[in-house]
Ligand binder design. Structure first.
Ligand code: FES
Length: 126
């Protein structure tokens, strides 16, 4: 884990995601859409800010992603919503090592992880 609280997570072999293809990854509790745009690997949150559309199913043209329900457009490199630059999806840095794609994501918080594990348990006071 790096000093900024992110962790580099393996996302598979680069050749498995060909140009023009995309996939969804579950990394550190996040749903991340990974795109191969002309050999450039770009990663964003997978859910549209407008109504939660499944962005991995969107259309990409010139590094602009259009949500499947066609209302929102996002810049793949920054996650910025076109026309509303203050609204943006989180984008994730990518690294390539020895033919594999790695995505830098914030580490899942320990407290959140513990809360999820303890959910459903009942505290009984003596
Ligand atoms: S969910 Fe993305 S535009 Fe409707």
């Amino acid at each position: 884990m790096s000093m900024d609280g992110t962790v580099l997570v393996p996302a598979g072999r680069a050749e498995e995601l060909r140009p023009g293809e995309a996939c969804v990854l579950r990394l550190e509790g996040r749903e991340v859409a990974l795109f191969n745009v002309d050999g450039n690997y770009l990663a964003l949150d997978n859910r549209c800010l407008y109504d939660g559309g499944d962005l991995v199913k969107g259309m990409v043209r010139k590094e602009i992603l259009t949500c499947p329900s066609r209302h929102c457009h996002y810049r793949l490199r920054t996650g910025e919503r076109v026309g509303q630059p203050r609204r943006r999806l989180r984008s994730y840095p990518i690294e390539l090592h020895d033919g594999s794609v790695w995505v830098s994501v914030p580490r899942k918080r320990l407290w959140t992880s513990l809360q999820q594990r303890l959910r459903g348990l009942v505290y009984v006071a003596g």
